[in-house]
Structure formats: C-alpha cells, structure tokens
Design a protein around this ligand. Structure first.
Ligand code: PAF
Length: 283
C-alpha cells in the first residue's frame, strides 16, 4: 500500500491506475479507523479494482468548541488496518496541503435544503465543511465510486445532492451501519466515553428501536418522539434531536409517507452520538 501526502504524487499514482483501466473506489475518512471504516473498504473492494482511502481530520467541518484538537489521530495503526483490508493507497495530507491559504480564505461549497435542520441546526457550517472537503477529494481522486457510512445519514443525503447538483461522475455507495454486539453504532467518538458511559450508550439505539416499534404500530409520531426524548433524558443523555423524516430526502413526513427514517443525536458526557433506523410507516 502506498502512503501519499502530496497532491502531485497522488495524481501520478491514480493516473497510473487509471491508465491500467482500473476502476477506482474512494473511502474518505478522518482516521482512527474501526470496523465501520473497514466495512467501507470492503464495499469499495467489492466494486472497484483499486481502493484508495483518505485520512484527513478536516478543520472546516468542526465548529468553535467542538473536538477538532482532541479528535484521535492514529495514523500508524490506521495505515496497518487499511493495508490489512486490501487498500492500495492512502492519502494523508497535512492541512497546508488542502488549505494552503488557511481555512478562513478557503472557497467553500454550500448544499442548501438538506444541510439545514437536524445536525445542521446544531452544528452550523458543519455540512459546508464536509461538502467542501468531499468536493476537493472527488476532484483530486476522480474516483468511479465513493463509499460512506449510513450512520451519518444526513451527511449521505448532503453528499448525494452535492454529486447531483455539481454533476460529479461518482457513484455514491451507502454502507450499512456497523454496530457493537450491544447495538451501539461504531464511531471514533465512542472512544471519548468512560466505562460507565460506554455501558449506557447503547440506550440511544434501544430508544430508537422502541420508538420505531411504536411508530410501526400506529402511535402518533409526536407522541412516540416525545416519549423517546424523555427516555433519553432519563438515561442521562442530552438530546440534540429525535426526528422522523422522509427516507429519500429528509423532508417532513406527511400522511402519504411510507418509507421514513428515525434519526437521533444526543450528547453523553464528552461524546456526541448519532444514530438512525429506517421506519416503515403503516397506512
Ligand atoms: O464521515 C467522515 O468521516 C467525514 O465527514 C468525511 C466524509 C471523511 C469528510 O471529512
């Protein structure tokens, strides 16, 4: 596996792969890799014959007071895991490589509509930071496909709209959430939890499961969501939101909606956890 930190070498390596007619799959990450990331690599491996990953803790998607400085940076372990998973190349640039003028002077990408509300309401500027770096990575790698985890459901919707609106010729592959045995969705931020908080964290997923069951049995959504929020608070979470949206575009659910998604975001101690579940609404 090649480790590349500069743009010229990245373009050389990818140009070579392209000249050999290889289909390029991209796995963008911020590092501190867990089995959820390895599922992205496996999904890329299954669809492409050259798999490239990026590791970049993107300052542009962190707000003031968020965990940019403390975000775990574990490059050596990450490289070993990527190599073991069959990755061909990893791009791990410094900030000055992607943002040579600094982030304040950076041209940015805004994705209206789907970036607003939910995590967008709690983390202003976050999705613009994601859309900007993902656009940059698509331009640099020119991948045939790119794999993203479904835990970040709103991020996936933002990226799908970005690709459609800017006509990026990239297939977006959504990879199912990977969970620990107790149901907690894998996330680099789970590492912030104390042992006691880690034992309590799966209650976010358990609450989503119970709210989904209530919704599928016909409980009114306001009532089901209200009960779910109350339960999260009882369990020691500080919820940002618990929301039911249309599955396809995160629009507001109407009487005609059948395919929905239940999304939750909540702070538990130092970690902000997010999770989601698809919901089949009854007629
Ligand atoms: O999901 C992530 O890890 C990040 O938001 C991404 C897509 C790598 C952009 O920095």
């Amino acid at each position: 596996m090649h480790t590349v930190t500069d743009i010229a070498t990245l373009r050389e390596r990818l140009g070579e792969a392209r000249r050999q007619g290889r289909r390029i799959g991209l796995v963008p990450t911020m590092g501190n890799l867990h089995d959820g990331h390895l599922a992205l690599v496996a999904a890329a491996r299954a669809r492409a014959d050259y798999v490239a990953a990026s590791i970049f803790v993107n300052p542009l998607q962190f707000g003031a007071g968020e965990d940019f400085t403390g975000y775990p940076r574990t490059l050596d372990e990450d490289r070993a895991r990527l190599e073991g998973a069959g990755c061909d190349l990893v791009f791990a640039p410094g900030h000055e490589t992607l943002y040579p003028q600094g982030t304040a002077a950076q041209t940015t990408v805004q994705v209206p509509g789907v970036s607003e509300g939910l995590c967008g309401a709690n983390r202003p500027g976050h999705f613009s930071g994601v859309a900007t770096v993902v656009s940059m990575l698509f331009n640099l790698f020119q991948p045939d496909l790119a794999c993203f985890g479904s835990k970040d459901f709103q991020q996936l919707a933002v990226i799908r709209k970005l690709v459609a609106d800017l006509h990026f010729p990239v297939e977006i592959v959504a990879v199912p959430i990977v969970r620990a045995a107790d149901g907690l969705a894998l996330s680099s931020r789970n590492g912030y939890l104390s042992a006691e908080q880690r034992a309590r964290a799966p209650r976010l997923y358990a609450t989503l499961c119970d709210v989904r069951a209530a919704l599928e049995q016909g409980t009114a959504s306001d009532e089901a969501l209200r009960r779910g929020l109350a339960r999260l608070v009882e369990d020691g979470f500080k919820p940002d939101y618990l929301a039911l949206r249309r599955h396809d575009d995160l629009g507001v659910v109407t009487d005609d909606t059948r395919e929905a998604v239940l999304l939750g975001a909540a702070h538990l101690g130092p970690a902000r956890l997010i999770d989601n579940l698809p919901v089949e609404l009854p007629r």
